[in-house]
Structures are given as C-alpha cells and as structure tokens.
Design a protein around this ligand. Sequence first.
Ligand code: T1G
Length: 647
Amino acid sequence: MTLLTVRRDGEIAVVTLDNPPVNAISEAVRKELFEMVGQLDADPEVRAAVLICAGRTFLAGADVREFGKPPVEPHLPDVVDRIEGAEKPWVAAIHGAALGGGFEIAMGCRFRVAVESARVGLPEVTLGVIPGASGTVRTPRLAGIETAVDLVTSGRPMPAGKALKAGLIDAAVSDLESDAVAFARAALNAELPLPVSQRPLAPMPEDFWQDARKRAATAGHQAPLRALDSLRFATEHGFAEAMAHERETFLDLRGSDEAAALRHIFFAERAAPKPSALKGIEPRPVRTVGVIGGGTMGAGIAGACREAGMEIILIERDDEAVARGLANVGKIFDGAVKRGKLSEEDRAGRMAGVRGSTDYAELADADLVIEAVFEEIGVKRAVFAELGRVCRADAVLATNTSYLDPRAIAEGLPDPSRFIGLHFFSPAHIMKLLEIVPTPDTAPDVLATGFALGRALNKMPVQAGICEGFIGNRILKRYRAEAEALVTQGVAIAEIDAAMRGYGFRMGPFEAQDLGGLDIAFLQREGARAEGQDVPETLGDILVRAGRKGQKTGGGWYDYAEGDRTPKPSASVAALLADRVSGSAALSGPQIADRLVGAMAAEGEAILREGIAQSPQDIDLVEVHGYGFPRWKGGPMFAAGLRDSAR
Ligand code: T1G
C-alpha cells in the first residue's frame, strides 16, 4: 500500500501523505519519503515540492509503537537530511499538529507554512526521550536557542501564530494546499534561504544554562535535562557532531524505564476513554445538566460541564445556598480570567448558561443530573427520590459519592437502569480523573453516557467496580496503612515523606494528609465503627483524638508555625505514638518507596482479582491522574511489573 501520492500543479509537486489516524512516521513512511525525494529530484519538470498530509493532522511524530523494536533504516535523521539536501526546495504545509519527528521533517524542508489552527512542537520529553532527528540541533538554528529550550524541554506544542513570531514557520495561510503551492512558486523566484542545518548558532553564557536547568529540573524526570544537555552540545559543536550526540542520547533514553513507563501511560490514556466493551453502544445526548449541591464539588462539576458547553441548572436547598453555589461557580471562571484563559466576555457567557434554583421541577428536561450533596445515605436517597419524581424517564441520574455504596443510594429509585456513579476529584474542574461506577442495574448506554461525558469534559474516565473507596481511595487507604506500618517499625515520618518525594510524588503521604486534613478519613473510620464494623485504631486516629487534624489545627503528623506551611518534625507526635513504635528499621529512600509502591500494587492485584478494575492500565491511570503518582514511573502496577521483571 502506497502512503504517498503525488499531484502536479505545474512545476510544483504536491506530495500527500495518508497514514491514518495521525500520519505517524512509521518505517514505511520513512522509506517512501526517502525514495520520493530521489524521484522528484530526477523529474526535470518538477522545480519544488509541497509536503502535505491527509486526515486530521500533519505528521504527528515517529510511530511510538516502533520504540520497543530495534531501529530500522532509513532512520528519521537520514530522511530529514535527504529532504534538506534535495535539489528542489520542499515546503511543509502544516495543519493539525506537526509534532516530534513531524516537525523535524518540516525543519528539513526549506519552508514551513501552516493554517492558523495548527500547532508545532517537540513533545518527545513527555515520552521520556529527546528529539532524535535534529530537534535539539536544527530548532535553535531555525528559531534561536531560547525558543528551542522552551519547545524541547517543556514538550508543549506552540500555536501557529506564536510559532510564526518565533520563526518556527514562515507563513500562516488560510487555504493550506493552494497557498502552499503559491508560496513554493513564489520562492522559486527569490533567493532561497540557507538550509536550516547550515544556519549559524552561537554558544550561550553559563548562567543561561543554569537558569534553563532549574526550569527543566522541575519536571522531575531525566528526559528534559538530557534534552538540555543536547541543546547545549549543539551550541558548542558543529552540526554533524551535535547530530551524533543527540542520536546517542535519544537511543539511550528510548530503552529506559522512564520512556517505557511514559509510553505505557501514553497508550493507556488513549485506550481508557473508549473502552472496547462499549464499542457500538450509543451514549445518550447530554446538553442540559442538573447539579444538586453548590458546594466545592458541586460547583466544580457545574464549572467543568459548563466549560464543555452544557447548560447547567444548579439546585440548592434555599436561596442563600443557591447564591453561594452560583458564586462558587463564578469563582471558577474568575480564576480562568485571572490566568488569561478566558475574557470577561467569555466569563459572562459561561455564567449565562448556569441557572440556580431551589425547585427540583426545573430539572424536568435535564438530560443528566449529578448529585453532589453531603456524604450521608439518607440525604442522598432523599435527593434521588425527588429526582425519580421530576426527571424525564430517559434522564441519566448520577451520584458523586466517593465512599457510599451506589446501590444503596439507588435503592427505591424507579428504573435504576438509568443510575450510575460519577466520582469526580476535587477540584472537579481541574482534576482529570473520573471514576465511573456502574451498578449491576446500570444500562449499557448509561455507562456509555458516563464515558462520553468524560471525553466531553476532557477527563480521564476509568470504570470502577463497587467496593469501599472504589479503585483510588481503596489504594490510598492501603498506601497510608503501609506508611503507618513503617512508622511503627521505627522509620521516621519525615524520612517516609522524603522517600516518596524522591520517588517523584510532589508530597509524601503524611504531609499530604496534613494539607487535606486527618479528620476526613478519621470520620469515615468512626462512621464504620459506629455501624459496628471492626476498624482497628490507626496512628492517625490517635493524632486526631489529640486535636491534631493537620495544618488547619497547626499540627498533624508535623508541627506548623503560625502562618507557615513548612512541616516540622514533632516531639508531641513522637510522644503520642511512642507506645505504638517498636524497633528502628533502617531503610533507604528507595527501599521505603519500593515498599509503599509494592503495597499499592498488591492492593491493585486484589482489585483486579475482584473485578473492581478492568485492567492494570486503568489502575495506573487512576493513580497518575487522581493521586499524584509520577507519570514517568508508569503507575504502581507498571512499576511493580518492572520491579518483578528486574528480579
Ligand atoms: N505513534 C503511534 N501512534 C500514535 C502516535 C504516534 N506518534 N500518536 C497518536 N497515535 C495513535 C494513538 O495511540 C491513537 O490510537 C490514535 O493515534 C489517535 O490518537 C524521532 C522520537 C497527534 C495530537 O508525542 O499527541 O517523534 O487509540 O487519540 O486526540 O524525534 O495523538 O486510536 O488506536 O491522541 O486527535 C512525538 C503523540 C513522537 C505525538 C492527536 N509525537 N500524539 O491527538 O488523537 S516521538 C508525539 C499526540 C518522536 C522523533 C521522536 C496526539 C495527536 P488509537 P489520539 P488526538
């Protein structure tokens, strides 16, 4: 099958690549492109070429699926050099996204034109590698070292308008193919610019690299720092030497655990929103969403749905609470205005689509209603009794419970097949994770509606079965229990937190609890004990009973000085827990991390055995998108798999 087709427009050859879904640069694409250069160079009637792609995007980079295999010729750097060295100039015509190897190929072309909506970028570091086909060598020659450092070490794509100003593209066009052909034709009548590889590049002062290193280090994993080294090398060595250095670094990282972990997450993130089990099941349309409860969670859910273009009806118990709820939603959009993400006008438009009321009858025509009220079964049941009375028979009814059994909440609801759990994470307009919790009665198209909502809100939807804490909070409970077990074996609280920060978490388990409050989990345990469940006393319980609920009480696992959030090891905590601590286990940071990640994976195994999660990938996505697990470790299941295979 030929992936490249050529159409002649006078002396211009229009080369179209069609390799769905995203024109990834596979071995076949490299081969055909390499040969095409020779073919067009040999054609006396052709004076220039335009490279354009069919489908929704320009070349989206090297085919990541080939990363696990040995590289095959022609290698991508050779294809880029081949295009750059062609006798006839090539113009890259960009739409969608020119990413990674796709942008490197574009830099091999003499010119780059793009439609306004296009983006260009070098996201390789997000896959744990660095550009491997001149991204760290040609980009600084094309647009300067500052732009190159930003593009390569952040991995963030740049919109066409900004790329034009930065010199990454030569023109923004409207009618891509015909404008690109016109651009190529015009270029033939002018002096051609130097090929990018021959453009000058000067060394930079030490402090430039120091600053850049500080910024790149915040990513927490090695690829951005290795990319920076390669960029610096390119400013201090010739082109060929720099290309060899870049390639060596790329191949080294390609085989790394971090790259394997980031690929694992890359493909898991693409599979999760469209579960194969729901293939062909049409979700119900959702245009109007009712949200019950205008507190932090309710307002966040309303904000997220409104941001996705849905009309919102926010229900609260009285007018004062309605006003507070609307104000909470308003604050979300105020934040976006402050961050320059939204204009005042857009903000007004957002709020125009959010209506507040105390009257459930307003929900008579809602497509979906999400309940986000106090976590108490009686309160929730009363809400659904009302919803069962006022909502359309085909409306989807959802609970945002994080700990109660959705089956118990749905009890007595007429037609429970339209009921589902949609567990958002706080703040709901920011956190990506969405646990979708069907009951045995939930209809397949209602489940499909949950996933469709997840995609519409740009969330990471993951299906979870019913158990205490579903997937995420269940593993969190195990993680904390294991951390407490280490404390009882004499490992210092601060050492455990330092170990998990060293592993890649932004916070360790104890400092995170102090921030969120120890009393949340304490009240849950007390609730279970009140129901007669045998819930052992935890170290956290001892602290809460002593009035230590975390930062909000000036002390939890750590002490905090007035107005200062810096955790300080606490003698009071040591005294309170003294009789629960025996021994003085001496564990290194990596050993502590291994122990805690191992416990998370063990709980994950149990979750899989019980069918609470559909796959280990789903568990890893829950941890990465909901609990701060470092992406470049791949999640507890991936990390444990790696560990076991290394043993
Ligand atoms: N390789 C292989 N498959 C890819 C792919 C890639 N680069 N990009 C996407 N896919 C698949 C994806 O798995 C999914 O498959 C389908 O395409 C649609 O993707 C030498 C080394 C381009 C912005 O990092 O950011 O070049 O699930 O759902 O939302 O220097 O895909 O349907 O079976 O994401 O429209 C650098 C990665 C590679 C870009 C489109 N490139 N891709 O987003 O679709 S490294 C990237 C994306 C490199 C060189 C180096 C996005 C997109 P399936 P999708 P989308």
